[in-house]
Design a protein around this ligand. Structure first.
Ligand SMILES: *Cc1c(COP(=O)(O)O)cnc(C)c1O
Length: 374
């Protein structure tokens, strides 16, 4: 790891941890299911090129992203194998898709038609809508799906078919039933077109890959769990899985405030006794969610320091009255370990009614990334 003493706000990405997580999941997946690494949104804020390279080095050869720019960036950084764009790309970008050998999702028949008018040379996977109502051919009408898939299997380089599970991380009987129905609908269409021998058949995301299965799913598209985070806060991840990202900052100054004094914009925190307050060099422009104001805490010297007052754009204040040894330059852990304490992105998300995915994706470009690779 590079020296980070001069930074005001940074993340530390443990590439050894992501490699270990990946190996654990490869063992847990059913034998006929391969791991596709989802590295969209800059690998959920973890650094797409570094993550993809590390996984490619241990044999992962299939990657998924959300945008054309993300896909091209991976190719230009020597990522081989399949790169699948999971959502919309303008059909006018077809030349780039072909030039960089990128596989494009077909969101519906109209889109497939527009794409086929541009070129027959672009690799594509059809999306199938099995109940999420986001993208895909309507799997409730298998005749229609079969007809469209057959038609475009001759007009485009159709290499696969996939669907997305929308409640695989939830375990009440309704959710379980819904997931079973989604998988069944998917398998029904897959069986009808089995003679086409499409190599990329996939219906499992993180939650699907570890808590459900499908005989027909050649791939599990794993995102969040590779990064050691949970699809849902209530989930328990398999033994040995570790969070990959730590998020840190430093104290810029420490002061005392007296009873009656208020802290920050809008004066939302009022001291009722003498307090020792530290100012932290991170704010919402770095990705610190403003809803954490007066509700969450950070770790300093192995202890919890509650956030007092509103999170500002570039700074926020914490109560360090009961923490010793805090001074200018002292390390502050927003996500990660300090002594025996730990804060995960999932904990932080839970506090603001969101999910770990959003917390790590929101860490902004101003926050520099450091990689630990051995
Ligand atoms: C983002 C995404 C995934 C990965 O989801 P995780 O819950 O992070 O595993 C898989 N498939 C599709 C279509 C996605 O959009």
């Amino acid at each position: 790891m590079k020296k980070i003493n001069n930074e005001r706000c940074w993340t530390e990405i443990d590439l050894v941890a992501i490699e270990n997580n990946c190996k654990i999941y490869q063992k847990l997946l059913p034998q006929n299911t391969k791991l596709m690494a989802v590295v969209k949104a800059d690998a959920y804020g973890h650094g797409d090129v570094q993550v993809a390279k590390r996984l490619q080095n241990i044999g992962v050869s299939d990657f998924a992203v959300a945008t054309l720019e993300e896909a091209i960036k991976l190719r230009e950084n020597n990522i081989k194998g399949q790169i699948l764009i999971l959502g919309y790309t303008s059909p006018d970008s077809v030349d780039l898709l072909i030039r960089y050998d990128i596989t494009q999702t077909l969101v519906d028949e109209n889109y497939a038609n527009k794409m086929a008018e541009k070129s027959s040379e672009v690799k594509c996977n059809f999306a199938l809508d099995t109940g999420m109502n986001r993208i895909g051919l309507d799997a409730d009408i298998p005749d229609y799906c079969e007809k469209v898939i057959r038609k475009y299997s001759t007009k485009l380089k159709l290499t696969g078919l996939f669907t997305h599970l929308c409640t695989a991380d939830t375990f009440d009987s309704d959710a379980k039933k819904f997931t079973d129905i989604q998988i069944k609908k998917f398998e029904t269409v897959v069986e009808r077109i089995s003679d086409l021998n499409l190599p990329y058949i996939h219906c499992l995301n993180s939650a699907g890959g570890i808590w459900h299965s499908s005989q027909k799913s050649v791939f599990a598209r794993l995102g969040i769990i590779l990064y050691g985070l949970k699809p849902d806060y209530s989930n328990i991840l398999p033994e040995g899985i570790k969070p990959v990202l730590e998020w840190k900052s430093v104290v810029s100054m420490v002061k005392t405030v007296e009873p009656g004094e208020t802290i920050g914009y809008g004066r939302t925190f009022k001291a009722i006794e003498n307090m020792k307050i530290a100012t932290v060099c991170a704010g919402y422009a770095d990705g610190v969610n403003r809803l954490l104001s007066n509700k969450f805490y950070v770790l300093i010297n192995g202890k919890k320091a509650p956030i007092v007052g509103r999170v500002c754009m570039d700074q926020f204040m914490v109560d360090v009255s009961s923490i010793g040894g805090v001074e200018m330059g002292t390390e502050v852990v927003l996500i990660g370990k300090s002594g025996d304490e730990i804060i995960t992105a999932d904990d932080m998300a839970n506090c603001v009614g969101s999910i770990g995915y959003e917390i790590v994706c929101d860490i902004s470009n101003r926050t520099k990334r450091f990689f630990k690779d051995n």
